[in-house]
Ligand binder design. Sequence first.
Ligand code: PRP
Ligand code: URA
Length: 210
Amino acid sequence: MRVHVADHPLITHKLTVLRDKNTPSPIFRSLTEELVTLLAYEATREVRTETVEIETPVTTTTGLAISSPRPLVVPILRAGLGMLEGMVKLLPTAEVGFLGMLRDEETFEPKTYAERLPDDLSGRQCFVLDPMLATGGSLGAAIKFLFDRGADDVTAICLLAAPEGVAALEKLTEGRDVKLVLGTVDERLDEHGYIVPGLGDAGDRLYGLV
Ligand code: PRP
Ligand code: URA
């Protein structure tokens, strides 16, 4: 697994506001969208392209276009949904599939409760969105799901990660072509499986308590 941690003052500034418990949902949502657009720049560095010939008003030249099959963006519900708009702004021709996952707050085991993805992902480049990588269970299960459907290249984008989650994901994805793009890596997980210092429950902060 290749890990890229953003090191940019604008990202750190936006994450600082996101972490603040007094930041209300509307601002939390718009910052989440802005952050994913910044991270998507790095995450799409290896997006597959093909050479195309075009005519400018002056001459004929060659350029690049996103190649087929189109990339697939997969937000992990709920919290990953908050990252979708920011991602498709940068990759407007991508298709979108959905995975609904809920972590059991006692065992930390992820449970998949919804899935709307193409049956065959052969040859597809996939971009998974989830703001939080805590124990790594949810993201690990989501990535396995995509590889089991035939995906051969998966990039995950998370705003915050715990070192424990990065290590767990490394093991879960051994031998696979996985890239992980992170806003930052925090200190640790607490006994409830929350990232410290973190930002609390990302789904609740985006959408309110269920
Ligand atoms: C959160 C988060 C991740 C998961 C991370 O979702 O969005 O999906 O927890 O934890 P893990 O790395 O230990 O698996 P949650 O299960 O709270 O669901 P929600 O998005 O509906 O709030
Ligand atoms: N899920 C969250 O939303 N926040 C955490 O800190 C851990 C898991």
